[in-house]
Design a protein around this ligand. Structure first.
Ligand code: SD4
Length: 339
């Protein structure tokens, strides 16, 4: 990527911005964009779409939206309308999106809409608000041309729900996956249960702008009205174009307690690498909660402005998908701290 650095230097020279040249030539790391990083193995399919857009010169914002739309529509997946329902048997969706300018939008407890991420983007671009929830979010979606989908559960979710009804106990499992599942494998455990419910995706585009997205059906069999971390800006996802971007998956309540994604970004601002920042955020959660995290998962992904990217988890079994010139859409098993 010497060529790109030369180009930036030349452009800066032409613009007469001398201090900028000094910074760029001194920073040997400015060499890894575009880049896409996302959570879990479903991230491989989402990354492929996001990468295609970035390579065609589209913005990070388009890439993060359209990347996760792939996952939201996957029938065998656990994100979007095919995900597990709440304890009343209804699928409710949370999503958030944020661009390089600090513009952001989110929806929570949204029902019967296939692409909550696009509704979140519409909230960002077409409303004066950041977050819409429940019926109001659905009403806004319909007014903006989104189609109402049937309430029907996916076959897998229906099976899971019937099984859950036998005991009706809210007992979230530790989110994990088999790192061997590289292609089109449904994100399910041997007993047929989904083992996670979320995709978060971060992108750094050709002009070094960052964006992030996060979308989920939330924790299976949650209380009606429960909202997790994914639609909460700063918890499930956060972007600061000066520094980097981060996103979370796992037990949403624990991520909210430490304002997880914002914390990761601020730790990068203090000089930590994306991996060290994700790890330090998990250490913070452990410090705060100790043993209460024993049977829970939390995990972060992060990218900095220079295009370094990584993930880290509380428990074994978290993987993330990384696509850049250096990483050809690889599924990487994250390091972990507990268990
Ligand atoms: C939530 N963080 O609703 C989401 C769940 C998740 O993989 O990430 N599952 O709390």
């Amino acid at each position: 990527m010497t060529t790109r650095r030369k180009f930036i230097t030349q452009t800066a020279l032409a613009a007469g911005s001398f201090p900028f040249i000094l910074k760029v030539t001194a920073d040997q790391k400015i060499n890894n964009f575009p880049l896409v990083i996302s959570t879990w193995d479903a991230g491989l399919r989402a990354n492929a779409k996001a990468w295609e857009l970035l390579k065609n010169g589209k913005s990070a914002l388009d890439a993060v939206e359209q990347g996760v739309m792939i996952t939201e529509s996957e029938i065998n997946c656990c994100v979007g309308l095919s995900g597990n329902p709440d304890r009343d048997g209804i699928v409710t969706l949370d999503a958030s999106i944020m661009n390089h300018l600090g513009d952001c939008g989110s929806v929570a407890a949204l029902e019967q809409i296939e692409h909550p991420i696009s509704v979140a983007r519409a909230v960002m671009e077409k409303s004066p608000h950041v977050m819409l929830v429940g019926q109001g979010a659905q009403q806004f979606a319909l007014a903006n041309g989104f189609e109402l989908k049937p309430k029907k559960l996916s076959p897998d979710a229906e099976k899971n729900y019937k099984e859950w009804l036998k005991k009706s106990q809210y007992k979230p499992m530790i989110n994990i996956e088999n790192i061997g599942n590289k292609t089109n494998a449904p994100n399910k455990l041997e007993n047929g249960q989904f083992n996670h419910d979320t995709i978060a995706l971060l992108a750094l585009d050709n002009i070094q702008n960052l964006s992030g997205s996060c979308t989920t059906s939330g924790m299976g069999f949650k209380y009606r009205g429960r909202v997790g971390d994914s639609p909460i800006i700063g918890a499930g996802m956060y972007v600061d174009n000066e520094v980097g971007a981060a996103a979370a998956t796992g037990h949403g309540e624990e991520v909210i307690r430490i304002a997880g994604s914002h914390l990761v970004v601020e730790l990068m601002r203090l000089g930590k690498s994306p991996k060290a920042a994700c790890k330090a955020a998990i250490e913070r959660a452990i410090k705060l909660r100790g043993d209460k995290l024993k049977d829970k998962q939390i995990a972060f992904i992060a990218v900095n402005k220079q295009g370094e990217a990584a993930g880290y988890a509380l428990q074994k079994g978290f993987s993330y998908a990384l696509y850049s010139e250096k990483h050809n859409n690889e599924l990487i098993a994250a390091d972990w701290l507990m268990g």
